[in-house]
Design a binder for this molecule. Structure first.
Ligand code: NAP
Length: 251
């Protein structure tokens, strides 16, 4: 199958391109570096010519809710319109487990808009909701760090390896559109504070961690809301495997 990857140059995108190739498909890169901009629409028709399916793993680092909703809304509308025009038969979106309950982080607001447009859009679809990646604790603590101290919420998560996410996306894209959301996760639950502590240790950094619900993640994200639902697809790479391999964030 000819499968376009929107966000092909990113962390998940690169691994998804490799997973598709390994499975014998013809992956087509779609990103600004590859000459197609999903926000302006420039180059989309060329990139999607002859595509059977599209996997959307585009990302944007904005922490502003209005900006991120505009970005995910516009890129999703543009992609779906170009896919319909090109005759693509399957749109696969990478989203996040527990999105319906997740509170105030702007990124989640943008992802909810993306899911709404895909589920109501003109192209048959599948939404793959992944849990946090193994580098998530290090990323969250890194953003909060000031003068050797980082505030971090004691979230209960079930982190997944980026390569396992890519393998699941490649498999779903090659199948029939599910018309629903599926959850994918790693093999074990973890506490985010402990993950951050062990990530810093593996990277040889000495940062003091202060558990709190007063940062970007509040008590509305406590309990099991970030865990996958019943029957989730589970990757095999553990958090310990990832630490032992060097705690690389994939950038
Ligand atoms: N981090 C987590 O724990 C987690 C958990 C679950 C789901 N996710 C989801 O995973 C997805 C991928 O994340 P990532 O870390 O792999 O992202 P990333 O490394 O930041 O890559 C982003 C990609 O988007 C492309 N892009 C940005 N703007 C574009 C535009 N206007 N047109 C076309 N392409 C554009 C970039 O390529 P160019 O710069 O070349 O355009 C790049 O290929 C995100 O949607 C995120 O919500 C993350």
């Amino acid at each position: 199958m000819r499968i376009a990857v929107a966000g092909a140059t990113g962390r998940i995108g690169r691994l998804t391109m490799a997973a598709l190739e390994k499975a014998g498909h013809q992956p087509v890169p779609l990103s600004r570096a590859a000459g197609a901009d999903a926000y302006t629409g420039i180059g989309l028709a060329d990139a999607l010519r002859g595509a059977d399916a599209v996997i959307d793993v585009i990302n944007n680092p904005s922490q502003d809710a209005a900006e991120i909703v505009d970005f995910f809304g516009t890129t999703t509308r543009n992609l779906l319109a170009a896919e319909e025009q090109a005759g693509a038969r399957h749109h696969v979106l990478l989203s996040i487990v527990g999105l319906d309950h997740n509170g105030r982080a702007p990124h989640y607001t943008g992802k909810r808009e993306q899911e709404r447009l895909v589920a109501g859009g003109p192209v048959p679809w599948s939404i793959v909701r992944a849990t946090q990646f193994h580098d998530f604790a290090g990323m969250v603590a890194g953003r909060a760090e000031r003068d050797g101290t980082a505030l971090i919420a004691p979230l209960l998560v079930q982190p997944i390896a980026q390569a396992d996410v890519a393998a699941a996306l490649a498999e779903v894209a090659a199948g029939v559109p599910l018309g629903t959301r599926i959850d994918i996760a790693g093999p074990e639950t973890q506490d985010l504070v402990d993950m951050a502590r062990r990530t810093y240790a593996a990277r040889g950094q000495d940062i003091r961690l202060v558990p709190t619900w007063r940062g970007p993640f509040g008590p509305d994200m406590a309990g099991e809301i970030l865990l996958p639902g019943e029957g989730a697809w589970l990757g095999t790479t553990t958090f310990d495997d990832w630490l032992a391999a060097g705690a690389d964030d994939g950038r």
